[in-house]
Structures are given as structure tokens and as C-alpha cells.
Write a protein that binds this ligand. Structure first.
Ligand code: CMC
Length: 428
């Protein structure tokens, strides 16, 4: 016997049996309950999708209470320790870890597509010298759709695969160009003999030397940060990717939208906001006064709290451990002590404890990025590079899901009742 939920309408005394599948009810099954006779039917009101599953997914699992994060079933701790970004991206996109041959082919395919069209370079040169790199990144992603018009063939698996390879290969190049433009240095071409993060570091930091040799500790740190950021199920930017994709836009346009959603300080812009916050606090002595202001509702403790994690974000734990290795190479970030003290105070404070506010992925990542030589406005771009794998995997899953349609939520209209247009001179 299938499970049902029985709802009694106290207004009419009628009972309705609503089927329960996967622990959820379908919002459209509530339409049989009429609010007034003959109308559309009962809707659910759920701003910000606080309690609404928008899709079925097989990609990423999070248990927010226990601090568990799995990509295709594999714990994030094991992937961060033993895998690399391209392998993890393969896993996220195609569902299984690659065999050696598949891994080699995949890596080869990606390295063949790292170069950008020269007109992309021209386009990026057109930005003001002080343009925010994330603004450049978002615009250039959108512009890519004009370079690859065949990307509109979204129902062709071959075309989707080609755009996937292009996107994974080109996002570090676009990010590096944005960085080089903002510091007034010439663009570096990719070096296909280096690893994915090694090539990225070369495109960012190579000066006049013919070959750039990335520091192995920093190269590995970049790799781990990319693995940690590769996907995070139905967050704001992923939902944007799925929403834009649901209108059958090409993947470059959808990805530009997803990256724009990531830009905000409540999402991928949070690591930038953490550093700004630490600078504003200025010294350890000012922390108690800062915490007091946060508790009074005058601002937030950036890098703390999460819609899903109600315990320590597992990614933050890994980053915190990795910070020591990075700082051995780069020297300690002077803001680290302030961050540790903020965390210590917040984890003991009733306000944060009762609301289950713990450090999230962004609390420590910015400190590492800064120590590696990145300006704060590059931080959201660094988040967007690996998340590209997750966005594309979620887009692909959405396109192949027969339950999905163009996204179109309902609303509760609270505006004016019908009224007649009056000419300007007759308006009151
Ligand atoms: N500092 C102070 N108070 C906070 C914070 C914070 N960082 N986060 C939540 N709260 C309070 C909030 O004021 C509310 O208190 P009350 O019940 O008294 O009104 C309560 O905790 C619940 O907050 P909420 O806004 O309902 O929670 P949410 O799930 O809507 O927000 C969040 C999640 C991540 C937007 C929020 O915690 C936040 O703004 N954090 C700071 C920004 C940040 O670090 N974002 C990065 C998220 S992780 C990376 C990513 O996935 O993008």
C-alpha cells in the first residue's frame, strides 16, 4: 500500500489523501483542495525554497546536522586527501571515478581546450583597469556563447560534452586573464605540461621566466580548494543554473547567470566579505565590541552560518588544517590570529551556539588565498572555477530529468484590485 498523508480541511470538513513519495508530498497534489470553489487550488508559500525540493539529484549529499558532504557517495575528506580536481570533476559530471585510461583521456581533452580565442583577450582588455575580476569573469562567460553558437544544441550529448570540456578548460584561463588585466600585466598563455591548478598558477603569476614552476605545497593547496568547492547541491547559484537552463538557454549563458548569483556576499562573495570584516575589526581587542554589534543585529559575522550546515562545515575543517601548510610557505597571514579568536569567542557565545552558527567554507579560505598573493576581489572568481563542474553536472541532470519543466513559481498577489487608467492631468 502506498503511503499517503490525509489532510482535513476544517473549512469544509472534506478530507484529502495526498501521496507521499521519498518523504515528500507534491505541491501540485494540493491543488485538489480548493480555496474558493472553481479556482486554481491550494498552493504552498515557501519564499527562498526553505522547505521545497526543486529536483531529485544523484550528485551531492549533505547531512547538515552531522557535517557530512559526499560527492556521488564519496566523502569530501577522502577526495580532498586522495583525489585531484580533474578526477573529482569527472566523478561529479559522469557519476563514477575514472579508470586510469579515462582519467588520462579526460585530462588530455581538458588541456587541449585551455586557450582562449584572441578576441576574448581583446574583449577583456576593454574593461576599465579597476574592473572587478568577477564582473569580467561573468561577462566573458556570457560572451563565450557568441563564440560557440553550436552550444545551443543542448539536446545533443556530443555538443554538451564539448561545451563541458571547453568550460572546465577555459574558466581558469578567463580567471587568470581577469587577474592579469586588473594588475596591468600581459596575459600568460596556458602551459599544458602543468597540472590543472599548476597551469592556473602559471597563468596568474608567471613573469619573464620561460617556464613557471609552481610551489608544490601551493599547487596542492589550490587543488584541494578546488575539490572542496566543486559542488554543493541546490544552493543559490546552482538553482540559478538550473533555472536559466530550464528555459533551454545555452550553457555559457546559464553559467554566466550562475556565476552572477555566486558573486553576492551571502554566497561566494562571503570570503571576500570575511577579509573586509577582519580588516574593519582591526585588532583582537576590538572583537568583543564587534561581536556585540553582530548580536544587536548590526551586521553579520561573515563566514559563519549556513542554510544547511547546523554544525561545523566539513570543508572549513579541511581548510583550517591546510592553512598551516600554506602559511609555512607564504608566512602567516596576520589576520589569522584574529580569525581564530573570533571563532573561539563565537563558538562559546550563546547567540551563535543557540542558532547553530559555525564557521563555513569561506571563513578560512580567504586567509589562504590572501597569503598566496590573491587580492580579495579575486576570491569569488576562485570559487567559481571549480564550481563550474558542479553547475554543469546539475544542468545536465536537469536536462535529462523528465520531471523538469521551465521554472515558473507562483505568487500571492497583494497589489491593487483592478482600476481604470487616468490621464496624467486627472490623477490625484
Ligand atoms: N552572523 C550573525 N547572525 C547570523 C549569521 C551570521 N553570519 N547567520 C545567521 N545569523 C542569525 C540570523 O540573524 C538569524 O537570527 P534570528 O533567528 O535571531 O533572526 C538566525 O541566525 C538564522 O539566520 P537566517 O538568516 O535565517 O539563516 P539563513 O539560512 O537564511 O542564512 C546564510 C544562511 C549563510 C545566508 C547566513 O548564515 C549568513 O548570512 N552568513 C554570513 C554570510 C556567509 O558566510 N555566507 C557564506 C555561506 S557558505 C558558502 C556558500 O555556500 O556560498
Amino acid at each position: 500500500m502506498s503511503e499517503t498523508l490525509t489532510i482535513t480541511d476544517n473549512r469544509t470538513g472534506k478530507q484529502y489523501d495526498v501521496p507521499v513519495h521519498d518523504g515528500t508530498i507534491r505541491a501540485t497534489d494540493l491543488r485538489q483542495i480548493k480555496v474558493t470553489p472553481g479556482e486554481f487550488g491550494m498552493m504552498t508559500y515557501d519564499p527562498a525554497f526553505m522547505n521545497t525540493a526543486n529536483c531529485k539529484s544523484r550528485i551531492t549529499f549533505i547531512d547538515g546536522d552531522k557535517g557530512v558532504l559526499l560527492y556521488r557517495g564519496y566523502p569530501i575528506e577522502q577526495l580532498a586527501e586522495q583525489s585531484d580536481f580533474l578526477e573529482t570533476a569527472y566523478l561529479i559530471l559522469f557519476g563514477e571515478l575514472p579508470q586510469q585510461r579515462q582519467y588520462d583521456d579526460w585530462t588530455h581533452e581538458i588541456t587541449l581546450h585551455t586557450m582562449l580565442h584572441t578576441n576574448i583577450a581583446k574583449l577583456m582588455e576593454g574593461f576599465r583597469h579597476d574592473a572587478h575580476p568577477m564582473g569580467m569573469f561573468i561577462s566573458t562567460l556570457g560572451a563565450l556563447s557568441t563564440f560557440y553558437p553550436e552550444a545551443k544544441e543542448i539536446f545533443s550529448p556530443e555538443s554538451r560534452r564539448l561545451q563541458t570540456v571547453r568550460l572546465i578548460a577555459k574558466v581558469p584561463s578567463i580567471a587568470a586573464y581577469a587577474f592579469r588585466h586588473s594588475i596591468g600585466r600581459p596575459f600568460n598563455q596556458p602551459d599544458n605540461d602543468l597540472s590543472y591548478p599548476g597551469n592556473f598558477l602559471s597563468m596568474l603569476f608567471r613573469m619573464t621566466e620561460p617556464r613557471y614552476k609552481p610551489n608544490p605545497v601551493l599547487e596542492r593547496a589550490m587543488e584541494v580548494l578546488f575539490v572542496l568547492h566543486a559542488d554543493h547541491e541546490q544552493n543559490c547559484s546552482t538553482t540559478t543554473m538550473r533555472t536559466i537552463g530550464s528555459s533551454h538557454a545555452d550553457p555559457y549563458s546559464a553559467l554566466a547567470g550562475a556565476a552572477a548569483a555566486l558573486y553576492g556576499p551571502l554566497h561566494g562573495g562571503a570570503n571576500e566579505a570575511v577579509l573586509k570584516m577582519l580588516h574593519e575589526i582591526g585588532s583582537i581587542n576590538n572583537i568583543p565590541a564587534f561581536i556585540k554589534r553582530v548580536k544587536a543585529g548590526e551586521g553579520r559575522l561573515m563566514g559563519f552560518g549556513h542554510r544547511v550546515y547546523k554544525s561545523y562545515d566539513p570543508r572549513a575543517k579541511i581548510i583550517k588544517r591546510m592553512a598551516d601548510l600554506v602559511f609555512d610557505v607564504t608566512g602567516k597571514n596576520p589576520l589569522l590570529e584574529m580569525a581564530l579568536e573570533l571563532e573561539r569567542i563565537a563558538l562559546e557565545d550563546e547567540y551563535f551556539v543557540s542558532r547553530k552558527l559555525y564557521p563555513n567554507v569561506d571563513f578560512y579560505s580567504g586567509l589562504i588565498y590572501q597569503a598566496m598573493g590573491f587580492p580579495v576581489d579575486m576570491f569569488p572568481v576562485l570559487f567559481a572555477i571549480p564550481r563550474t563542474a558542479g553547475w554543469i553536472a546539475q544542468w545536465e541532470e536537469m536536462l535529462n530529468d523528465p520531471d523538469q519543466k521551465i521554472v515558473r513559481p507562483r505568487q500571492i498577489y497583494q497589489g491593487s484590485p483592478p482600476r481604470d487608467y487616468a490621464p496624467r492631468d486627472k490623477r490625484k
